[in-house]
Design a protein around this ligand. Structure first.
Ligand SMILES: [Zn+2]
Length: 97
């Protein structure tokens, strides 16, 4: 039956095209997912690095004027010169300035 053969060829062709599109779409989605994952990882790493660097360089916050101070020595010196009348934070009492 020539008619049904033609139809099934057409159907097969459509089916093949459909599967090709599916496969391509799936690959695209996969690579997009991978890229997004990569970007997220990089952002995470950068964020952690920046946070770590910021934490390391600005470790102390003056309880009186809220200034960020890199190390306890500087903090104690800052406190003694800027806020001599304020009670010294307990973490600075033992610091050798
Ligand atoms: Zn201060």
């Amino acid at each position: 039956m020539p008619t049904s053969a033609r139809v099934s060829d057409l159907q097969l062709g459509l089916l093949m095209k459909f599967f090709e599109r599916m496969a391509r779409g799936h690959q695209k989605a996969l690579s997009q997912q991978k890229n997004a994952q990569k970007k997220a990882d990089m952002a995470k790493k950068q964020g952690a690095d920046q946070k770590g660097a910021a934490m390391a360089s600005l470790h102390h916050k003056c309880t009186v004027c809220m200034a960020m101070i890199p190390d306890p020595k500087t903090y104690k010196q800052h406190f003694e010169s800027k806020h001599p009348k304020s009670p010294m934070p307990p973490e600075l009492v033992d610091v050798q300035a």
